[in-house]
Design a protein around this ligand. Structure first.
Ligand code: MG
Length: 202
């Protein structure tokens, strides 16, 4: 299974990390070993001192996809989900300063938390509201209509470069409000009122 991720897809989040707003989607990948499922705990890795949460809407591919035009893109999505793109911000900052790739800051084991899936036909995809609570307090909230690149744009762009397979996952980027976690924290993600995942940091 391939895991594709989009960076800086909300202008407020780009600004909070002092990044320019991109003209085309910023794409990176995580290896399959990054997956964390079934509300399992997240174990804080010893190579970082600044692990941060980024809550993101997820797309799951319905079928193989290559060079998909924008007007057909929605047909290629079977489910919408919610997850966390865990990021070692201290390592990412060092990589960015040196102009080096981000993978060690973004693709480490269990850095791609995914929750439940909702059949895309059960949702109004014109605007999906989602949020993240840390220790029962709201820390991030977003709505899909604020994405710089919408679901259709992302499918069109990614499949112009990569062939996607059935079941592949796309992390669509995080809204503003990213922040650190520490051992003992409880993270819970919601689409609307529906809890899609939880994880304890250990
Ligand atoms: Mg992200």
């Amino acid at each position: 299974m391939n895991i594709f991720c989009i960076g800086r897809n909300y202008s407020e989040h780009a600004r909070e990390l002092n990044n320019p707003v991109p003209q085309t989607p910023i794409v990176f990948c995580k290896p399959s070993g990054a997956l964390l499922r079934d509300n399992k705990p997240f174990y804080y890795p010893d190579f970082s001192e600044d692990i941060q949460y980024e809550v993101e809407l997820l797309l799951r591919l319905a079928k193989p996809a290559r060079a998909v035009p924008k007007h057909k893109a929605i047909e290629y999505i079977s489910h919408i989900g919610l997850g966390i793109d865990f990021t070692a911000r201290d390592i990412q900052s060092r990589c960015k300063d040196k102009g080096l790739p981000w993978e060690i800051a973004k693709g480490f084991d269990h850095s791609a938390l995914i929750g439940e899936w909702i059949d895309i036909h059960e949702l109004d995809t014109s605007n999906i509201e989602f949020s993240l609570k840390k220790n029962k307090e709201l820390v991030q909230s977003g709505q899909s209509k604020d994405m710089l690149f919408q679901f259709e744009d992302l499918i069109q762009y990614i499949t112009s470069i990569f062939t996607l397979q059935t079941g592949d996952i796309i992390f669509t980027g995080t809204p503003s409000g990213v922040g650190p976690v520490k051992r003992g924290d409880l993270l819970e993600g919601f689409i609307g009122e529906r809890r899609m995942f939880w994880t304890e940091i250990r």
